[in-house]
Design a protein. Structure first.
Length: 629
């Protein structure tokens, strides 16, 4: 009598049977095994997990050569608290998320953020490795691999334990390759999404165990992990709605009992909100910058219609994740009215989905769960409750996308029953296309140059993508030694800068950067006009002031050259613009008055000289010297 492996009763499991009349030695021969025709190779759970981890790391390993890009400055390269390492942790705990960033613009972001845990992780990284992009990207990839391992175990052992044994594998496989996740993995700043999801998975796993067999240890784990998730990203609040749904749909708990098990989560949320209030308060700053308040110019009905349509755009990106962009801000998604086709279609779609979810709720339909899960997890990112500073962002689909992956996997097995070849072929094509898109998109996240020069094509109506594309061409021009190529880069910067300006006229940085492009082309007067505009929009901006003073000095010297050549009119133009750029440039006013005097324009000469005496009463020029004229 000996144990042998026979065809499985269920996929993924091996059946152990007893065969009489054979000894163990008989099975050393491959001929005996093949003649019995009882062995069948099936990938078990360990094999599936290995494949998932291999693909998760393999698809994203190209991010290790990437630099810091986009918002990474917020959390590591230009964050004064993080740069202190461990010593900066007390300040991180006591401040708003953006307080450490060395930029005043983000103080305008509405809503406020309290996310100390993710910044503490960055501070610890900086303490031991400094600002090292290889280390930062490696951590993100490893965290993603850990997330996939935990998610697979949760789905396989807990959530889908009564479903098809391969449902968890296909779901996670789709999640691994989905291109919508590239921003979370390739953008170091979005590590908070990874950490939040990991903590919520651990919390949910412990909650499930606690619901089946209550214990103090499981209670403490699921509550503490939820609390840390809240300290990482505010979107973790949605877990209070997700947790009872999972207990109801997959563990035959009544809604009442499921909510009772999750009641301690509410207590943790109250504790978090209390801590947040004591440390940073709940004041919500209203921004007058469309870049940080995307619905600033919309009427109430337009804002509502556009937000509903954006929910449709989120869902569309799950099915067709192309083209992708790091920014969907003003005016990439124009405002729409409640009478528009886009709003009506979106409203009908979500009303229908919600109706299906309610109708199949009592049947514990997996589709009902996925619809509700998606709506709950995307709710805080939809701008209905609080403005989040952006109309749409791919990173905000990280958790909600799990619903799409589950539905897609369920449909695959439904079709596979009768049309195995078609279902498997379609799945393989989707996996291949998604994988290629993910790999290519990761390369585009290499740095700001590659990212925004790609995204200005996919998001041509975004003021931000055009602005930063202009900045990148300015950087390229400044590093270029070939004069012809340098001019081409500056001309492209002018093109994208003007496009950004045509989309949004009240962004001082656009005027500043566009002026820099014209300055590179030696069009000083155009640059001066733009920098004067920049100063009018943002009078307190130090960089604008420094640029204006620098150009004022240059135009003063140009004016002197024209004066020496006897070209008084051109000299006056230079002195005028020099004085406009720097109202305190005494010598520009003095020379301007002198050149007006040479043209017998006493009125303008006296006005300019009066400015000189006002700015510098001790100037050699005396009032009586010009009043007599």
């Amino acid at each position: 009598m000996v144990f042998v492996v026979a065809p499985p009763l269920k996929a993924g499991l091996f059946k152990i049977v007893l065969i009489k009349g054979f000894s163990p030695d008989d099975f050393k021969s491959t001929e005996v095994l093949s003649s019995m025709n009882t062995k069948k190779i099936i990938f078990g759970k360990r094999h599936q997990l290995f494949i998932l981890l291999l693909i998760a790391i393999g698809l994203n390993i190209n991010t290790l050569s990437n630099e810091y890009a986009m918002d990474d400055a917020v959390v590591i390269t230009h964050n004064k608290f993080v740069e202190k390492g461990i010593k900066g942790i007390p300040e991180i705990i006591n401040q708003d998320f953006f307080k450490g960033w060395e930029s005043s613009d983000d103080n305008e972001l509405s809503g406020g953020r309290y996310r100390p845990f993710s910044l503490i992780i960055f501070a610890l990284e900086y303490q031991f490795f400094g600002a090292n992009p290889i280390v930062s990207h490696s951590i993100n990839v490893l965290l993603f691999a850990l997330l996939i391992a935990l998610l697979y175990q949760l789905l396989q052992k807990c959530v889908f334990r009564e479903q098809n044994k391969n449902l968890a594998f296909i779901t996670c496989l789709l999640f691994v390759v989905h291109p919508i996740h590239t921003e979370v993995i390739a953008n170091v700043k979005s590590r908070d999404e990874l950490i939040t999801f990991i903590l919520l998975i651990v919390s949910l796993t412990s909650l499930i165990r606690h619901s089946e067999k209550p214990s103090v240890s499981n209670l403490l784990i699921y509550l503490s992990c939820f609390f840390l998730a809240l300290l990482t990203r505010e979107t973790a609040i949605a877990f209070i709605g997700v947790a009872p749904l999972i207990l109801y749909f997959f563990f035959n708990q009544s809604i009442k009992k499921a909510m009772l098990f999750c009641l301690p989560l509410v207590a943790v949320l109250i504790g978090y909100l209390t801590l947040r209030f004591l440390l940073i308060g709940f004041s919500v700053s209203s921004s007058n910058n469309i870049m940080n308040a995307p619905f600033l110019y919309a009427t109430a009905s337009e804002a509502f219609a556009t937000k509903v349509f954006i929910l449709f755009r989120y869902m569309w990106l799950l099915f067709f994740p192309s083209p992708l962009s790091c920014d969907y801000g003003y005016n990439q998604i124009p405002y729409i009215s409640i009478y528009s086709f886009q709003f009506i279609l979106s409203m009908l779609l979500f009303t229908g989905l919600f109706a299906i979810a309610l109708y199949t709720f009592r049947k514990r339909s997996i589709f009902s769960f996925c619809i509700l899960y998606f709506l709950i997890t995307i709710s805080l990112a939809a701008n209905f409750v609080l403005g989040i500073g952006t109309p749409l962002a791919e990173r905000l689909l990280f958790q909600p996308s799990l619903a799409f992956c589950i539905v897609a996997a369920v449909f695959y097995f439904m079709i596979e029953k009768n049309f195995k070849v078609i279902a498997t072929g379609t799945l393989l094509i989707i996996l291949l296309l998604f994988s290629v898109k993910t790999y290519v998109r990761n390369n585009e996240w290499k740095n700001d140059e590659t990212l925004f020069l790609a995204d200005v094509i996919t998001a041509p109506n975004s003021a931000k993508t055009n602005l930063i594309a202009a900045e990148q061409y300015i950087f390229k021009a400044e590093l270029e030694s070939d004069k012809e190529l340098k001019n081409q880069y500056f001309q492209k910067a002018v093109y994208y800068g003007n496009r950004s300006l045509s989309i949004y006229h009240f962004y001082s940085i656009t005027y500043l950067d566009l002026g820099a492009a014209y300055y590179g082309l030696f069009d000083y007067f155009k640059a001066a006009d733009l920098w004067i505009q920049a100063h009018n929009v943002s009078p307190s901006n130090k960089k604008i002031k420094e640029s204006a003073e620098m150009l004022s000095a240059i135009l003063f010297k140009e004016g002197n050259k024209f004066y020496e050549k006897g070209n008084i009119n051109d000299a006056i133009k230079c002195y005028q613009k020099s004085a406009e750029l720097n109202d305190s440039n005494v010598e520009a006013w003095y020379n301007l008055g002198g050149n007006y005097f040479l043209l017998n324009d006493s009125k303008n000469a006296i006005t300019a000289w009066q400015k000189v005496v006002t700015l510098n009463p001790n100037h050699p020029l005396k009032q009586e010297d010009f009043y007599k004229h």
